[in-house]
Design a protein around this ligand. Structure first.
Ligand code: MN
Length: 228
């Protein structure tokens, strides 16, 4: 038996300091993982827990590559996030085992059609069309944990056209890195190649064509993409 067409190549992310690449399997995302963002999102941080959702692997956009303004939205938002790269299968692991399964870290932007998300939120319906669309996940190179360790704190920020819009610290996450990996490993079989976007702090807002989004996390990397 033969495949009836040639499958698309597996999306990959560069690995910093090497000529190697990280083949992407699944992209998991955490929503509502910073208290100040939960408040600006219109929810009560004492009433909601962080939520999980996914994007397709081919939503990846590399650092420096332009992002097309997506269709069917008039409110296209940035969300700066710490990204984990899974390097070893994880099934029902505990939080204190999580670091053994993390290959490295990157800086990512969970791009969002906010108008569609708010409509779906209002209806109590899934967020998929607002989150899992084409080219909705920008990302820097992955930095190996064996090079940079497992970051527990550090400034996380994003600017649009040079003006700071988001400015927080990754130590303010509600569910920390290890808890996120443990929790996801109860819901799914985490595999090498999985990426996890870990949620955004407050300051979310819109971008339009021509805007430059620049973002970073201290000790990891800086991410720049233009909206076209
Ligand atoms: Mn997000």
């Amino acid at each position: 038996m033969a495949m009836i067409f040639t499958p698309k190549p597996t999306p990959v992310v560069e690995i910093a300091g090497t000529d190697d690449t990280f083949p992407v399997n699944r992209i998991y995302c955490v929503g509502l993982n910073y208290r100040d963002h939960v408040v600006e999102f219109g929810s009560d941080p004492d009433e909601v827990d962080p939520v999980f959702f996914m994007k397709p692997a081919d939503a990846i956009v590399a650092n420096g590559v332009d992002v097309p303004y997506p269709p069917k939205t008039n409110n296209f938002h940035y969300e700066i996030e710490l990204v984990l790269a899974i390097g070893k299968q994880a099934i029902k692991i505990s939080a204190d085992q999580a670091e053994d399964h993390i290959y490295g870290y990157a800086v990512g932007n969970d791009l969002t059609r906010r108008d569609l998300q708010m409509e779906m939120k209002e209806l109590g319906m899934p967020w998929d069309t607002s989150k899992g669309f084409d080219k909705s996940a920008t990302i820097t190179a992955i930095h190996k944990a064996s090079d940079i360790g497992h970051p527990k704190e550090g400034r996380i920020w994003l600017s649009v056209n040079g003006e700071i819009q988001q400015d927080s610290n990754i130590n303010k996450m509600i569910a920390n890195i290890n808890q996120i990996v443990a929790k996801l490993s109860e819901l799914y079989t985490l595999e090498p190649g999985d990426l996890i976007y870990t949620g955004t702090p407050s300051g979310i807002g819109p971008v339009i064509r021509g805007d430059i989004m620049e973002a970073g996390i201290d000790g990891i990397d800086t991410l720049i993409n233009k909206v076209v």
